[in-house]
Design a protein around this ligand. Structure first.
Ligand code: FAD
Ligand code: NAP
Length: 448
């Protein structure tokens, strides 16, 4: 049994960190005593990936630049799926807004939730966590204020790692690639489609980044884009100027050669090959080893490190449910730390993990994946106190979304969804997404 008279260190204040801090604030509003909480955030503001930065490589402090989002990024799922159970879009914007907002709108919404819960009192901005290690029953954390360069060493009873996992690129190599004279980059460093006009682009990988960057670039006038897939083609009906071909084999004599025997030349090679779970600040005994899957083997209930349950990870799965899943994980973590949830011994926890692993092994396609993540979140909800928010119905929205993407990848963002919380119907955008070049908050709010 745990006690509230403890210190909790939270690493990262993106949507996952905000969810954790909001959960503790809610407990306090409900009259409960909460532990002392310190949240370390290396950026100058909260919001995680939703903060746009022009930096690539290293940031203004010489640290690895966290940002992977680009200008003109719009939500790739209907906002009705990620609507916070305790803070609706209507609460924030005061009127119905359409279903696929651009990045600044979602950032505004996330920050709105942070303000509602007054989380600023927990957060040390511009402060990076350099090192965490186990010391007796506690954890020593070395952090550094990036502005003053002052370092601090403190002890905590629980560590909640909410540092994200879409920031450190995963980047393969191919024979001969070092001889290519064009531009080589990872989607992590992609910021602006306009700069690629007139260039011929090869994108490696066909996940969400490849798909969206290809569409962005096509929208902003890049005429020749090839997507090279490893496992299987997406089967989307791409607009003119975008095509999908099998995996790259090698670069030789000025040409890229593919597994189907074809070859071509390009000016830009962009790896859209995803990201690594990377926690260099944690010692090996408490560091999560995971890939971007819906099931994470080392985590009980997808959040508690089985071999050391004082270490909690939030937001480490691949994500269909995003913000609401982080919120519910945050609630579970809070209630566990407050001693309201018993997690059993290691063998009992392992048995539960095996149940989910077994279930995951039967997942065959994207629709199964949606149901799997729905069921995972439903399971967490059984244990914690989170507002009713139509969780199960959101899976139906996701199934519909999958179908609409398949039907037409260039128009799916023009569809309307209905909030399962407020009943608000998202207005159909006046300008279709492929023609709308205004991704500002003001443009979006005032023209719908
Ligand atoms: P992050 O948002 O990555 O936040 C982690 C925070 O931890 C950051 O603020 C970082 O600065 C901080 N941090 C990291 N290391 C340290 C350290 N050592 N010390 C202190 N602070 C640290 N999701 C959607 O729902 N809809 C979308 O349309 C969508 N688009 C996306 C587009 C891209 C290109 C990417 C990469 C992801 C997208 N996502 C989208 C998924 C996105 O991961 C989540 O929406 C969300 O941002 C995850 O929140 P998080 O808090 O777990 O991680
Ligand atoms: P991802 O989903 O992990 O996809 C990685 C892709 O790279 C997959 O197609 C994978 O192929 C391929 N790949 C990995 N290693 C490879 C290798 N060695 N050789 C060839 N191909 C390889 O990563 P992501 O596409 O960057 O997406 C990350 C997150 O960002 C997702 O949550 C996504 O929703 C989000 N995102 C959102 C938007 C938006 O519009 N809002 C835009 C971009 C990204 P396999 O299929 O074979 O594994």
């Amino acid at each position: 049994m745990t006690s509230p008279n403890k210190r909790v260190g939270v690493i990262g204040c993106g949507p996952s960190g905000i969810s954790v801090l909001s959960a503790f604030n809610q407990a306090q509003l409900n009259g409960q005593t909460i532990p002392e909480i310190v949240c370390f955030e290396k950026q100058d503001s909260v919001g995680g990936l939703w903060n746009y930065t022009f930096y690539t490589g290293t940031d203004q402090y010489g640290e690895q630049c966290h940002g992977s989002m680009y200008r003109y990024l719009w939500s790739n799922g209907p906002k009705e799926v990620l609507e916070f159970g305790d803070y609706s879009f209507r609460d924030h914007f005061g009127k119905p807004i359409s279903s696929y907002p651009p990045r600044p709108v979602l950032k505004d919404y996330v920050v709105g939730k942070a303000k509602k819960h007054d989380i600023g009192r927990f957060v040390r901005l511009s402060t990076i966590v350099r090192h965490v290690e186990k010391v007796g029953d506690q954890f020593s954390v070395i952090s550094e204020n990036l502005k003053s360069r002052e370092q601090k060493k403190e002890l905590f009873d629980y560590i909640i790692v909410a540092s994200g996992h879409f920031s450190v690129p995963s980047q393969p190599t191919y024979p001969g690639i070092e001889n290519f004279n064009g531009r080589i980059m990872h989607s992590h460093d992609f910021r602006d489609a306009v700069g690629f006009q007139g260039q011929k682009m090869l994108l490696i990988g066909n996940g969400y980044s490849a798909e969206d960057i290809a569409l962005q670039c096509n929208k902003y006038g890049v005429k020749d884009i090839t997507i090279s897939y490893r496992s299987s083609p997406t089967g989307f009906k791409w607009p003119e100027g975008v095509r999908e071909i099998p995996q790259l084999d090698k670069y030789e004599n000025g040409r890229f050669h593919f597994k189907d025997g074809s070859s071509d030349s390009y000016e830009v090679l962009m790896f859209c090959t995803g990201y690594q779970h990377h926690f260099s600040f944690l010692t090996e005994d408490i560091r999560l080893n995971a890939k971007n899957y819906l099931f994470v083997e080392d985590l009980y209930k997808g959040i508690i490190l089985n071999k050391n349950p004082q270490i909690i990870y939030i937001g480490m799965h691949d994500q269909y449910y995003t913000f609401t899943m982080f919120d519910i994980q945050g609630c579970y973590a809070r209630d566990y730390i407050l001693g309201k949830i018993e997690i059993g011994n290691e063998a009992e926890r392992t048995a539960d993990i095996e149940y989910w692993g077994e279930y995951f092994s039967k997942v065959k396609d994207g629709h199964d994946e949606i149901d799997y993540q729905r069921d995972y979140v439903t399971d967490l909800l059984k244990y914690c106190d989170y507002p009713e928010h139509g969780h199960e119905k959101r899976a139906e929205l996701l199934h519909r979304w999958k179908g609409e993407r398949k039907e037409n990848i260039t128009t799916y963002r023009d569809k309307s969804y209905t909030s399962v919380m407020t009943g608000d119907v998202g207005p159909i955008p006046k300008t279709p997404w492929m023609k709308n070049m205004d991704d500002s908050l003001e443009g979006y709010i005032n023209t719908i």
